[in-house]
Design a protein around this ligand. Structure first.
Ligand SMILES: NC(=O)c1ccc[n+]([C@@H]2O[C@H](COP(=O)([O-])OP(=O)(O)OC[C@H]3O[C@@H](n4cnc5c(N)ncnc54)[C@H](O)[C@@H]3O)[C@@H](O)[C@H]2O)c1
Length: 251
């Protein structure tokens, strides 16, 4: 139990890869607040059935809205008393269809930035003061291998994930003095069951061909690294990008 006594917030923790993150943290003993725009009740019930009633709770919110982010932090503190780990996983990703940069609607561009970049900033802004007060914390920002390599027809998403890496580097320099580690976990293309079919169809074959380990990536490939970043084993690691992608990017 590497996370016994720890409390974590997982944004976007109700579906896709985030659901696996919620389970993995609870399996290591953490209390997990599942915060998602979708209803996380079912996942919370799955986790509670396995690890006990006090292991989890869920809240519905929009990560791009500051008032709602503050409310998630307040609810987590009210329910669990502290926040040790923040997993900034919520993003607009699976619903996105490939689109040429010349055809991206400005409203869609702004929406992607508001969820993927503003959301990450807002959660960090409102969680960090509690970590600073306790002189300890782990902020894990979910990036993407696409930020290092670039992929066509996803300029909005790839740009937002580039911002995740830069945000991580900048904020790690501010929060290190308070005992807080800030890192990016950058998955490769991961079969989540939720992705846009055109995107998956275009990307799956070439991605496997580019990897050193030539197979599909699944959410379970990411949870070990997530737990490591959330645990005291990584207390001297900060500002880094850990690419978990079967050896696709050598960054
Ligand atoms: N699946 C992949 O191949 C892959 C690869 C690299 C990085 N990632 C990243 O991993 C993370 C999870 O990916 P996924 O495949 O599960 O994607 P997904 O789109 O299925 O899940 C995103 C999660 O964020 C939530 N969400 C979306 N908008 C929100 C909002 N406004 N407020 C709160 N929650 C919101 C969704 O409900 C969902 O739970 C994302 O950050 C994604 O960019 C995924």
């Amino acid at each position: 139990m590497r996370l016994e006594g720890r409390t974590a917030i997982v944004t976007g923790g109700a579906v896709g890869i985030g659901r696996h993150y919620s389970h993995a943290l609870a399996a290591e003993g953490a209390q997990v607040m599942i915060a998602d725009i979708k209803d996380g009740t079912a996942v919370a019930e799955e986790i509670a059935a396995k690890y006990g009633r006090n292991s989890t709770a869920s809240v519905q919110f929009d990560v791009s809205d500051e008032t709602q982010c503050k409310a998630v932090v307040a609810k987590t503190l009210e329910r669990f008393g502290k926040i040790d780990v923040l997993v900034n996983n919520a993003a607009l990703y699976a619903p996105l269809a490939p689109v040429a940069v010349t055809d991206i609607d400005v409203d869609l561009w702004d929406k992607v930035m508001s969820v993927n970049v503003r959301g990450l900033f807002l959660m960090t802004k409102h969680v960090a003061p509690h970590m600073i007060a306790r002189k300890y914390g782990k902020i894990i920002n979910i990036g993407s291998g696409t930020a290092a390599r670039g992929i066509p027809d996803f300029a909005h998403y790839v740009t937002s994930k580039g911002a995740v890496t830069s945000f991580t580097r900048a904020v790690s320099r501010e929060l290190g003095q308070h005992g807080i580690c800030v890192n990016t976990l950058a998955p490769g293309l991961t079969i989540s069951g939720e992705q846009n079919a055109d995107h998956l169809g275009q990307s799956r074959g070439p991605t496997i061909a580019r990897r050193a380990i030539k197979r599909d990536q699944v959410p379970e490939d990411l949870t070990g690294t997530l737990v490591y970043l959330a645990s005291k084993d990584s207390d001297f690691l900060t500002g880094q990008v850990l690419a978990v992608d079967g050896g696709s990017n050598n960054t």
